[in-house]
Design a protein around this ligand. Structure first.
Ligand code: KG4
Ligand code: ZN
Length: 320
């Protein structure tokens, strides 16, 4: 089995996955509550919390899989991109575990991890496919040609889609993380109540900063009581604009590269309106869309291992 460890942002996660992509255990401990009062992730607070949680989370994953470290053949860990202090906690633990047992180690790119969430059983997707990766830090259109080859077709010029959700939620006075809150509130609102702009950018890129400004102006024009009565409409209209932008680009990209299969991954792929707007798209179960370690172990199946003890010198990276 592969032991996966993920600590790139505010989720401490460990998972056990077989070489065939069967998830034997996946434990995710979210620190969201800890960061909520700051309205976002505080990097130093995240690192310290990872330090406290990483060992119990790994133990829980082993217990859930009825396994011990004797059953682990390789250790997979997120090497980047992400918060550097947070990444270092997972990487150090992974190195120590692998080294003490003379196991190979796999350094996994977090974005490859999100794509590899689609390669897990029971509904493993086979490349090629066109993939939208939309998370808190990234918005990418990828042409996934094989398990190991992908090309970036488009990306965001400013905010990531998840960031647009989080910043919008903040403007609306909703909790953190914002995507799930907007998703929930939007169900009670009218998505046509406000006509928010969908930015037009060249090529297959995205832009969400104009939309965020439009929401800011709409909120600014309302009194506190008015905001209370219009909050659901604002959330629904704002979400509709983001989903429209994403879906439009996905369809365009699929046509341009001639891909029939499309897929969505990353935290924003958990959005109910996006999933409904792309009924033909493959998507992982909700728990595997947001950050988790099963996807990291899954990516390791297609990434070369570094033999013992050469990995002791590898480093985390905050961006590519
Ligand atoms: O992939 P992820 O867990 O972490 C990163 O790698 O960034 O994505 C987190 C992002 C956050 O911005 C969060 O607001 C968003 O995914 N998100 C959602 C939903 N659930 C999480 N956005 C829209 N609708 C959701 N249901
Ligand atoms: Zn992620």
């Amino acid at each position: 089995m592969i032991l996966g460890i993920e600590t790139s942002c505010d989720e401490t996660a460990a998972a056990l996955v077989t070489e065939d992509g069967e998830v034997r255990a996946s434990v995710v401990s979210s620190q969201a509550d800890l960061h909520a009062r700051y309205g976002g992730v505080v990097p130093e607070v995240a690192s310290r919390r990872h330090l406290e949680l990483v060992k119990p989370v790994i133990s829980e994953a082993l217990a859930d899989a009825s396994a011990t470290l004797d059953d682990v053949d390789r250790v997979a860990v997120t090497q980047g991109p992400g918060l550097i202090g947070a990444l270092l906690v997972g990487l150090s633990v992974a190195k120590a575990l692998a080294w003490s047992r003379h196991l190979p180690l796999v350094g996994v790119d977090h974005l490859d991890g999100h794509v590899a969430s689609l390669y897990l059983q029971p509904d493993a997707l086979e490349p090629p496919f066109l993939c939208l990766l939309a998370s808190g830090g990234h918005t990418l259109l990828l042409d996934v040609r094989s398990h190991t080859e992908r090309e970036v077709l488009g990306t965001t010029r400013d905010d990531a889609a998840g960031e647009a959700f989080d910043k919008g939620a903040r403007l609306l006075g909703l909790g953190y993380p914002g995507g799930r809150e907007i998703d929930r509130l939007a169900r009670e609102g009218d998505p046509e109540a406000y006509d928010f702009p969908v930015a037009r950018v060249d090529g297959l890129d995205f832009s969400f900063s104009g939309l965020k400004t439009a929401l800011l102006y709409a909120v600014r024009d309302l009194s506190a009581e008015e905001l209370d009565t219009r909050r659901a409409d604002l959330a629904a209209s704002y979400q509709r604009a983001i989903v429209r932008a994403l879906v439009g680009r996905v369809r365009e990209a699929a046509e341009r590269v001639g891909r029939e299969q499309i897929a969505i991954v990353g935290g924003v792929a958990a959005n109910s309106e996006l999933r409904a707007a792309l009924p033909d798209a493959a998507a992982a179960p909700l728990s595997l869309c947001t950050d988790n370690a099963a996807m990291i172990a899954s990516a390791a199946r297609f990434t070369e291992s570094i033999p013992y003890p050469r990995y002791l010198g590898i480093d985390a990276y905050s961006s590519r």
